[in-house]
Write a protein that binds this ligand. Structure first.
Ligand SMILES: Cc1cc2nc3c(=O)[nH]c(=O)nc-3n(C[C@H](O)[C@H](O)[C@H](O)COP(=O)(O)OP(=O)(O)OC[C@H]3O[C@@H](n4cnc5c(N)ncnc54)[C@H](O)[C@@H]3O)c2cc1C
Length: 475
C-alpha cells in the first residue's frame, strides 16, 4: 500500500523545502522528494541555492573579500600585515562546511516539522483515487500518493551550444565554486549576476578575469546610472569587461580555452584562458518528471505554465520557483512556496511581484527594487528623483568604503516610491527598507521622516529621500 500524503513536493530547493515546511505547519501531511546528493551520496537538500548557488557563492565572496582587504586595504587603517598567503583548499573547505551546515539545517527542520523526506528523483505516475501517484527512484523505488503536488524542481545552467560543461576547464557555477587552483587567466561568458559574482571571487584571489557580454549595455537589467557606476568600479578593480561581443568560436582543450569573438566595433578578437565560466542563463528542470505523459503544460520557453497563483493546468498540481516564469531568485521561490502552501490549506497566500528585490553581491554591492529610470521613461510615468552619494556619508567614510550612491524614484504627483537603486556598501541590507516602504505604498517623504540611527549607511537612504524634494540634512 503506497504511503499517502496531503501534499508531495518535488524538489527541496528554497521553493520546495519552504513550501513543505509551511504546509506541515498548517497541519498537512507532507512528503518532500529531492535528488541532490553530496559526493558521498548523502542527501543534500537546499537545491541550487544551498549547494551551488546563493550560499557557497556568498561564502567565497566573503573569504575573497577578506583576502583582498588584508592585502590591499588594511594599510589604510594603519594595520601592517606581512606575508598574506592564500590557502585555497581551506577557503573552499570553509565554503563546503557552510553548505553542509545549511543541508543539515534543512533536514533538521523537516524532522522538526514532521515532513517526510525522500532522497531520490520524483516523477508523476498518473492520477489515481485520492490524488496523484508519484514514483520515487532513489536507493530503492517507492510509490507514494498525494492529494496535492508542488513541483519545485528548479533550474540548471544553460550551455553554450556545442560546448559541454566538463567542470574542469569549461565551468558552470558548480565547477566555478570549487576550482583547486587560482587560474592565471579566467574567461567569463555572460556579465550577469552570476558571472560578475564568480568573476569577482577569482579576480580577488589573483586571476586575470575577462568578462564577455553579448548585450551592448553593461547590466541592462539595472538602472543605467547604477550600471555605469558599477562598470567604473569593477574596471578600476581590474575586471576586464567587454560588452556587445559576439562569440564566434570556442575551443576547449586540456590546457585551456581559446575564444574567437567580434568586439563591439565588429573587429575580430582572440582570448586564451586557462578556465572558462559560462554564465549565460539557466534552463528550467522539467525532464524526468514524466510531465508529458500526464499532460503537464509547459510555456513557449519550456517553463511549467502557471497562473498568477502558481496553479498548473492539472488539478491540484502547482509549481513554484525557477521552474516557472519570473525572476530566478531564491526569495521569489520562497515567497511562492509559502503562498502555495497557504492556498492549498484554504488561506489567501499572496506574492507581490512588484516588490521583489534584486541584489548583486559584488563590491560595491548593487541592489534595487521597483522600476528604474529607463522603465519609467518608457512607460511615460512622470517621476521625480533624488540621490545621495556614500562619499558624503559619515559612516561610509569611517568604514573606508565610499563608492556609490542611493537613488530614489518617486511619483511626480503622489510622491509614492516607485523604485530604489543602491550601489555601495551593504546595499543588500539597505534595500530592505525600500522594500518595506514600497510594500506599504509609502512615499519618499515617509522615508525622509523616519528616524534613522546615526551614523549609519541607512542615512544615505534618508538623504536620497530628502533629495527627492530637493531638501537635504547632510549628516
Ligand atoms: C551561482 C549562483 C548564485 C546565486 N545567488 C543567488 C542569490 O544570492 N540570491 C538569490 O535570490 N538567488 C541566487 N541564485 C538563484 C537561486 O539559487 C535560485 O533562484 C533558487 O535556488 C531557485 O530555487 P528553486 O527551489 O526553484 O530550485 P532549486 O534551488 O534549483 O532546487 C530544485 C531542487 O529540485 C531537485 N530536483 C530537480 N528535479 C527533481 C526531480 N525530478 N526529483 C527530485 N528532485 C528534483 C534538484 O536536485 C534541486 O535540489 C543563485 C544561483 C546561482 C547559480
Amino acid at each position: 500500500m503506497p504511503k499517502q500524503f496531503d501534499l508531495a513536493v518535488i524538489g527541496a530547493g528554497p521553493g520546495g523545502y519552504i513550501a513543505a515546511i509551511r504546509a506541515a505547519q498548517l497541519g498537512m501531511t507532507v512528503a518532500c522528494i529531492d535528488a541532490w546528493s553530496t559526493s558521498e551520496g548523502k542527501p543534500a537538500p537546499g537545491g541550487t541555492c544551498t549547494n551551488v548557488g546563493c550560499i557557497p557563492s556568498k561564502a567565497l565572496l566573503q573569504s575573497s573579500e577578506h583576502y583582498e582587504h588584508a592585502k590591499l586595504h588594511f594599510g589604510e587603517h594603519g594595520i601592517e600585515v606581512k606575508g598574506v598567503n592564500l590557502k585555497l583548499d581551506k577557503l573552499v573547505g570553509r565554503k563546503d562546511t557552510v553548505v553542509q551546515q545549511n543541508n543539515d539545517g534543512i533536514l533538521y527542520l523537516f524532522k522538526k516539522n514532521k515532513v517526510t523526506f525522500f532522497h531520490g528523483t520524483g516523477a508523476f505516475s498518473g492520477q489515481v483515487d485520492g490524488g496523484w501517484s508519484l514514483k520515487v527512484s532513489g536507493a530503492s523505488e517507492e510509490e507514494i500518493i498525494a492529494k496535492h503536488v508542488v513541483v519545485a524542481t528548479g533550474s540548471s545552467p544553460r550551455q553554450l551550444p556545442g560546448l559541454e560543461f566538463d567542470e574542469e576547464t569549461v565551468l558552470s557555477n558548480d565547477g566555478a565554486l570549487r576550482l583547486p587552483e587560482v587560474p592565471k587567466k579566467l574567461g567569463v561568458i555572460g556579465g550577469g549576476v552570476i558571472g560578475l559574482e564568480l568573476g569577482s571571487v577569482w579576480r580577488r584571489l589573483g586571476a586575470e578575469v575577462t568578462v564577455l557580454e553579448a548585450m551592448p549595455e553593461f547590466l541592462a537589467v539595472a538602472d543605467q546610472q547604477v550600471a555605469k557606476e558599477a562598470l567604473k568600479a569593477f574596471t578600476k578593480q581590474g575586471l576586464k569587461i567587454q560588452t556587445g561581443v559576439k562569440i564566434n568560436d570556442v575551443k576547449a582543450g586540456s590546457k585551456g580555452v581559446t575564444l574567437k569573438y567580434a568586439d563591439s566595433a565588429g573587429a575580430d578578437q582572440k582570448l586564451e584562458v586557462e578556465k572558462l565560466i559560462v554564465s549565460i542563463g539557466r534552463v528550467p528542470n522539467v525532464q524526468g518528471l514524466n510531465a508529458e505523459a500526464v499532460g503537464l503544460k509547459l510555456d513557449e520557453r519550456g517553463f511549467i505554465a502557471v497562473d498568477d497563483d502558481c496553479r498548473t493546468n492539472l488539478p491540484n498540481v502547482w509549481a513554484v520557483g525557477d521552474v516557472v516564469r519570473g525572476p530566478m531568485l531564491a526569495h521569489k521561490a520562497e515567497e511562492e512556496g509559502v503562498a502555495v502552501a497557504e492556498r492549498i490549506s484554504g488561506q489567501h497566500g499572496h506574492v507581490n511581484f512588484d516588490t521583489i528585490p534584486s541584489v548583486i553581491y559584488t563590491s560595491p554591492e548593487i541592489a534595487w527594487v521597483g522600476k528604474n529610470e529607463q522603465q519609467l521613461k518608457k512607460e511615460g510615468v512622470a517621476y521625480k528623483s533624488g540621490s545621495f552619494p556614500f562619499m558624503a556619508n559619515g559612516r561610509a567614510r569611517a568604514l573606508g568604503d565610499t563608492t556609490g550612491f542611493v537613488k530614489i524614484l518617486a511619483d511626480a504627483k503622489t510622491d509614492e516610491v516607485l523604485g530604489v537603486h543602491i550601489i555601495g556598501p551593504t546595499a543588500s541590507e539597505l534595500i530592505a527598507e525600500a522594500v518595506t516602504i514600497m510594500e506599504f505604498r509609502g512615499a519618499a517623504e515617509d522615508i525622509a521622516r523616519i528616524c534613522h540611527a546615526h551614523p549609519t549607511l541607512s542615512e544615505a537612504v534618508k538623504e536620497a529621500a530628502l533629495a527627492v524634494d530637493k531638501r537635504t540634512l547632510n549628516f
